[in-house]
Design a protein around this ligand. Structure first.
Ligand code: XIL
Length: 319
């Protein structure tokens, strides 16, 4: 039977998965699925600031290189995640009493070093992640509090300086359909474009968890970002249910889940989105059970026994 990645290749479609370094060292079944079924890979954690910067003045590229090297060895494109984000920053950094000038220099150096290192091996960077709050205001993170929204401009410009051929993305969750948050992101990236910032696209995470966006609303949202001249990618797809929406037995849940994956795949094809990345390989690799105890814990395309689920077939049949 055809592999998912071959079906995707034929349509010029990128089907990706978030990968972790640890199972790449120890888990043959995991590696086999990742290389056989996906033509695009992103690092689930390894390229975040915390893992990359264990101590002041110290970089640790071991895990990041493991993911990037595995992908390149298997002829997969790579999406890097993420340069500037308020979460998963290093502990020493959280305790650091910086001046504005020091924070700017630190951030510039980080962006230059990380984006520069992977300039030839990474296709896309999430330059800034989750800068907008759920109510549509700018998230009050340390960069915003220190510099205002122009911290995004700086990050994109610094990335562009060292990695001019890499696609540079703004990425966020809960902004998949048209809503107050995606309205704010639309306005934000429009202002950035007006200021001449080198931004190439917007990543819609598509963690379809507590709420699922309406399909037409997702299509409309994608269209408006594309009308700005930006690309759109689905960057962190997974589908889980609250008890009220859970059909109860596994078979029914997996069918319902497959329908949602199918619908979004169709929207991508209809709206010219050529990249969809799921947030993990197997259900047993998913972050959901660790983070949301009230959600169903099987949000991905492969079950914990390494077998493809209905969602896998739904995507493949749609492509
Ligand atoms: C998650 C990872 O999956 C977890 O392993 C980690 O403990 C926390 O972060 N939005 C993002 C991702 O942009 O980086 C997050 O990844 C999930 C939500």
């Amino acid at each position: 039977e055809d592999r998912l990645r071959d079906v995707a290749d034929e349509r010029d479609f990128e089907i990706g998965a978030a990968a972790a370094a640890q199972p790449l060292r120890t888990d043959a079944a995991y590696k086999k699925i990742l290389r056989n079924e996906f033509n695009y890979v992103t690092a689930e954690n390894a390229l975040k600031m915390g893992p990359l910067r264990p101590d002041e003045g110290v970089y640790d590229f071991n895990d990041a290189d493991a993911v990037v090297d595995y992908a390149r060895a298997n002829d997969q494109s790579v999406r890097a995640h993420t340069l500037v984000w308020h979460n998963q920053t290093p502990t020493w950094f959280q305790e650091w009493d910086y001046t504005a000038e020091q924070l700017q220099e630190f951030t510039r150096e980080h962006v230059h070093t990380a984006a520069g290192r992977y300039r030839d091996t990474v296709d896309t960077w999430d330059v800034v992640n989750e800068a907008v709050a759920d109510d549509g205001t700018m998230r009050e993170n340390l960069w915003y509090e220190t510099f205002g929204e122009e911290y995004l401009d700086d990050a994109f410009r610094w990335a562009n300086e060292v990695a001019p051929d890499t696609d540079l993305y703004y990425n966020d969750y809960g902004a998949d359909g048209v809503n107050v948050k995606s309205d704010a992101i639309y306005d934000l990236v429009e202002r950035m474009l007006d200021r001449g910032v080198p931004i190439d696209g917007v990543g819609l995470q598509m963690h379809a968890l507590h709420e699922k966006p309406g399909i037409d609303s997702v299509a409309e949202n994608i269209r408006r970002f594309k009308d700005l001249g930006l690309d759109v990618e689905i960057t962190e797809f997974d589908v889980a249910y609250l008890p009220d929406d859970d059909p109860g037995d596994q078979e029914a849940r997996w069918e319902k889940q497959a329908d949602f994956y199918r619908d979004i795949t169709e929207v991508c094809l209809d709206e010219g989105v050529d990249t969809m990345i799921v947030w993990g390989v197997r259900d047993s690799d998913s972050w959901i059970p660790n983070w949301f105890e009230n959600l169903t814990g099987d949000p991905l395309l492969f079950d914990s026994g390494n077998d493809p689920k209905p969602a896998y077939h739904a995507i493949k049949d749609t492509l």
